[in-house]
Every structure is written in structure tokens, then in C-alpha cells.
Design a protein around this ligand. Structure first.
Ligand code: NAD
Length: 562
């Protein structure tokens, strides 16, 4: 008989402190992290179980949520819960080295992997969209965006400017949800930045949240302020109210005439959706009415304006600036708007340009959360990281400033990029700190699925791989299998995160540092092997840096031996 559906939306918040409702920390941890993802401080639409990224959910529905909670509370140390697209579907006897939870979200057979098919199946209650860290219970709020953006600008600093952006000027567009991290990421790297947005309220909001220093509607004033900051090598971010399609062109003229030098140019307007990009000639107040009245005509105008903006970006590239596409498809939209292909694609996307060299070293968005709920635990882990990696200036700058500037959302957490043969040092240290009582409760250690060996995504993470293997999805599957074999606490395989259904396959792992000897054994394997798959993947694709890292740090790759 059908059970009555008595469950529904309510406010969820992870327990804090050391009283367990599950039988051990190994199952208390996934329980708290599931709940943390749905904390109103963390989730975008908690009533609908949506955590972030459009419709990325933590559980299929409230009944499934309740059943997961109930099952985790009773789960034994030698049992494994299986979750199929947000619904708990089975409990199996395994062993204590096995994951306590195995998750598969949003996966579809190739020919069926389209949004319309997915939505149909979702409406039938058969699946859910898991995004990357929503359905795998390791989302930590906007800190992740800020850190990823910090990392990109840090990579540019190392590539072109001796490791710091001090004395440089960055020009960018778009100060919205994700783009709003740009000004703070640049100033954290020591630079001056001018960010153009048509929507004054967006700039206002970033100032209120400490992501932007100030804003003005007066372009000349904005330019004077950032040039003074650049000259004195002082970090400063200025927002200017304006349309990037015209402001970029205007600044290029001034750059060419020698009035100013722009060093770095990018953009994070919502170019991927032409109705969300304001064309030149449309008043800000008429935006939504115009877009609704004739979406096709509006799209044409938006693309025409993007063609202007991208032509200016290509002009900056010609003039020697560091120019890149920041993952918003503006190059392709500009081409659709009439710009010649070789001009539209005159500059690279950010992954091939800056992130891939980090991926080749197994570096990626490593993160951890304090199950105690006590910010002092994260402060202690921050100090431990600084002690473990005293020579990494870039890491020191991030950890120090994150401690001052990042407000925690939900359970206190920290993210930083660490690579192969680095992550386990942090994990083992944290485990010791739990054992000694220096941390007041265990920590969970995980990462984004956007990592060096765990994602196949030809429009983003695996764009333009050296050997053309962009769409090969064996790698994330091997990553998940290896993490399962190595002792991770929960492991997930998802489809469609970041770039949408049909466009990516990716995997995640989380491991609990509960202070036990067994946890240390597992950490020593998982946190070596997991980033190791990234080095392996990049060795296989022919990246020289990955070969060096494998040779120097002892990663075995059979085809390189003998
Ligand atoms: P958002 O919609 O919150 O913000 C976009 C901003 O652009 C808005 O503030 C809007 O006012 C402004 N804008 C629109 N037209 C403009 C114009 N002509 N001139 C100046 N400003 C204009 O979007 P978001 O979440 O900040 O994301 C921005 C883009 O970055 C999206 O295309 C998104 O897909 C992409 N993105 C990339 C990554 C990545 O990995 N690099 C991550 C997330 C998002």
C-alpha cells in the first residue's frame, strides 16, 4: 500500500557540536552535510530542495530527504546506502573501508541526454538534477566562486606579472552573482580593476557585501581613480555604470592613444543568454519589456552589441593585453552577431589558458567543513595550512584574506587549491588535530567535481585538450571507482553539472577525518589517489608538466614505463 505523503518543506539546518544522531561520525558526516546543503543560509531555494546552479538539488523530494535521514541515522559501519538521483534506493552489507554512501545523479544514456528528455523524466519523478556539489552534499556557498576567480587571476599574475597584480589594471564586465567575485579576486591579488555593469543596483550590492570598493556613473572619474591606484600599486576596485559594449571600445581608443594601459581584459556579463545582455540603444528601464516584446529581434541586437564588445577585446589582445573568455560563451555569441570567427576567437577560454597547467599538477578546489559548526575550528585549520605550506605565497595570501573577508554560510568551511602529494598532508594533519582535541569535532574533506581528474566537459574543463580527448568520459568514472576502492566516505557520479545536460560527466568524493587511525589510513590513500587521477589524465593527454609531476612525485603511469 502507498504510504501517506505527510512530509514537506521545512527549515533544515545541520546539527552542531558533538552529540550524534547517527551511529558514528562516518554516517553523521553525510547526514550533516546533506542538511547543510539545505540550510537557508546556503541553499538558493531550500523549500524546493534546490541548493544552487539553476535547479541543482540535494534530494529528489521531501519524502526521499526524510528516508535518507532515517537511513543514515541507523546505518552500520559495514553498510552502504545507495542513492539514485536524490532517492535512497538500497542498503547493502559491505565493509568498513567501503563508502557509507554511493550516489549517482542525473545520468542518462547518450542518445537520451537532452534537456527535454531529462525534464520529462524529472516530471515523472524518476530523476533530479544534481549539479556538481548539490546532489553530492559538499556545496559551501559563494566562497567557492570567489576562490576559483582568485585562482584564475593568481594564475595570470604568475604567468605575466611576476606573481602579483600590483601595478596592473584589469577591465571586465558584469558584476552579478558570479561576476561579482571578480573585483574582490583582483584586489586580493593586489591589482586595480574597473568593472562595467549596466545595472547600478548590482554594483551597489557588491559594495554592501564588501566585494567592490566603490562605484560611479562617471567613467572619467572611474578611470582617474583606478589609474592612481595602478600607479601607486594599491589594490582598488571601481564599478562603473555603463554598457560594456561601448565602454570597452571607448577604453580601447584611450589605450591606443596612450592615455592609459589596460593589462588584463575579460567579461562576465550573462552573454550565454542573449536576453540577459543589454544591447546598446536599449534603455535599462525598457530591458525586460523589449526582450519580451520581440525576443528574436532583441537577441540579434544583443549579439550585435556583443560583437562590438568582443571586437574591442580582440583589439586589446592585439595591443598586448592579457585577454580571455571567462566561461560565458561571449566569443560564440559575438560570432553569431556578425564578428568574423578569427576575431571572435582571437583570445582563449580561461581553462586552457590558466587552469589546465594547475590541473596538470593535480591542483583543484580542495575544501573542508567543520562538523562542530565552530568557526574556531576553521581558524585552526587555516593556521595548519600556513604551517604545512610556508613557501606558497599565493596560498598564504588567499588563506589570510579569506580568514578576514569570507563570511561563512552554513557550517564553517574553507577552500583552497592543493595538488598531488599536497592534499593528504592537509588531511592527515586535520585528522591528528581531531584526535588531539585541537579541533572540537571531526571535519569532512572533499572537493568540487570541477577538479583535475574528475570531469569530462568539452565546453569548459576539458575544452581543447592537447590530444583531442575533450569528450572522453572514462576518466571521471575511473576517478569515482578509484575513490571507492581507496576508502572515501561518500562517492558520487553525476551528469550535466556546470554546463547542462548532455555536456558533462563528473565525479566527487568526500572523506571524514574523525581522528581515528583508520581514517588516517583512508586519507593517506584517497587524498593521494584522487588528485593522482588528474595528473594521470593529463599525462595521458600529453601535457609535459603532468609528466614531470608524475616523475618527480612518484605517480606510476604504465605507458611511460619500460
Ligand atoms: P548574472 O546574470 O548574475 O550577472 C550578469 C551581469 O551582467 C548583470 O549584473 C547585468 O546587469 C550585467 N550586464 C548585462 N548586460 C550588460 C552589458 N551590456 N554591459 C554591462 N553589463 C551587463 O550572471 P553571473 O552569475 O554573474 O554569471 C555571468 C556569466 O558568467 C554567465 O554567462 C555565466 O554562465 C558565466 N559563468 C562562468 C563561470 C566560470 O566557470 N567561469 C562560472 C559561473 C558563471
Amino acid at each position: 500500500a502507498e504510504r501517506a505523503t505527510t512530509t514537506g518543506p521545512r527549515t533544515v539546518r545541520a546539527a552542531r557540536g558533538t552529540t550524534l544522531s547517527a551511529k558514528s561520525w562516518q554516517t553523521e558526516a553525510p547526514l550533516r552535510m546533506l542538511m547543510n546543503n539545505l540550510d537557508p543560509e546556503v541553499a538558493e531555494r531550500p523549500d524546493d530542495l534546490v541548493v544552487y546552479g539553476g535547479t541543482g538539488k540535494a534530494a529528489r523530494n521531501w519524502e526521499s530527504f526524510d528516508a535518507i535521514v532515517r537511513t543514515l541515522e541507523g546505518l552500520e559501519a559495514d553498510e552502504t546506502l545507495l542513492v539514485q538521483s536524490g532517492k535512497p534506493v538500497g542498503v547493502f552489507r559491505t565493509h568498513e573501508w567501503a563508502p557509507r554512501v554511493l550516489i549517482a545523479n542525473s545520468n542518462l544514456v547518450g542518445d537520451w541526454a537532452t534537456w527535454p528528455e531529462f525534464r520529462k523524466l524529472e516530471q515523472q519523478g524518476l530523476t533530479m538534477y544534481g549539479q556538481m556539489t548539490a546532489g553530492s552534499w559538499i556545496y559551501i556557498g559563494t566562497q567557492g566562486i570567489l576562490q576559483g576567480t582568485y585562482e584564475t587571476f593568481g594564475a595570470i599574475a604568475r604567468k605575466r606579472f611576476d606573481g602579483s597584480l600590483a601595478g596592473t589594471l584589469t577591465l571586465t564586465g558584469g558584476c552579478g552573482g558570479m561576476g561579482g567575485a571578480q573585483p574582490l579576486a583582483v584586489t586580493m591579488n593586489g591589482g586595480a580593476v574597473l568593472v562595467v555593469d549596466v545595472d547600478e543596483s548590482r554594483l551597489q550590492r557588491r559594495v554592501e557585501h564588501g566585494y567592490l570598493d566603490e562605484y560611479t556613473a562617471d567613467l572619467d572619474e572611474a578611470i582617474a581613480r583606478v589609474l592612481a591606484a595602478k600607479a601607486s600599486r594599491t589594490p582598488l576596485s571601481i564599478g562603473v555604470v555603463g554598457n560594456a559594449a561601448t565602454v570597452f571600445g571607448d577604453l580601447l581608443l584611450r589605450h591606443r592613444s596612450g592615455d592609459l594601459v589596460v593589462d588584463i581584459v575579460t567579461d562576465q556579463t550573462s552573454a550565454h543568454d542573449p536576453l540577459a545582455y543589454l544591447p546598446v540603444g536599449v534603455e535599462f528601464g525598457d530591458w525586460s519589456a523589449e526582450a519580451e516584446r520581440d525576443p528574436e529581434a532583441f537577441t540579434d541586437r544583443a549579439r550585435g552589441s556583443m560583437a562590438k564588445q568582443v571586437a574591442a577585446m580582440a583589439g586589446f589582445q592585439d595591443a598586448g593585453a592579457e585577454v580571455f573568455d571567462y566561461g560565458n560563451s561571449i566569443r560564440r555569441e559575438a560570432e553569431l552577431g556578425g564578428l568574423a570567427h578569427d576575431r571572435a576567437f582571437a583570445f582563449p577560454g580561461f581553462v586552457p589558458a590558466y587552469i589546465r597547467p594547475l590541473f596538470a599538477e593535480g591542483k583543484g578546489p580542495f575544501r573542508w567543513a567543520a562538523l562542530s559548526g565552530d568557526p574556531a575550528d576553521i581558524a585552526a585549520t587555516d593556521r595548519a595550512i600556513l604551517e604545512l605550506f610556508p613557501d606558497d605565497e599565493h596560498l598564504r595570501r588567499w588563506i589570510t584574506q579569506a580568514g578576514e573577508k569570507v563570511h561563512f554560510e552554513g557550517l564553517p568551511a574553507r577552500i583552497c587549491w592543493l595538488g598531488y602529494q599536497e592534499r593528504h598532508l592537509a588531511g592527515l594533519k586535520f585528522n591528528e588535530m581531531v584526535a588531539s582535541g585541537e579541533l572540537s569535532a571531526p571535519v569532512v574533506i572533499g572537493r568540487d567535481h570541477l577538479d583535475s581528474g574528475s570531469v569530462a566537459s568539452p565546453y569548459r574543463e576539458t575544452e581543447a585538450m592537447a590530444d583531442g580527448s575533450d569528450a572522453i568520459a572514462d576518466w571521471p568514472l575511473l576517478n569515482a571507482l578509484l575513490n571507492t576502492a581507496s576508502g572515501a566516505t561518500w562517492v558520487s557520479i553525476h551528469h550535466g553539472g556546470g554546463v547542462g545536460i548532455g555536456r558533462s560527466i563528473h565525479a566527487g568524493q568526500v572523506i571524514v577525518a574523525d581522528g581515528t587511525e583508520l581514517a588516517a589510513e583512508k586519507i593517506a590513500r584517497v587524498l593521494v589517489n584522487d588528485p593522482g587521477t588528474g595528473v594521470m589524465r593529463h599525462v595521458d593527454a600529453g601535457y609535459e608538466r603532468a609528466r614531470e609531476v608524475a616523475a618527480e612525485r612518484g605517480l606510476r603511469v604504465p605507458m611511460q614505463e619500460g
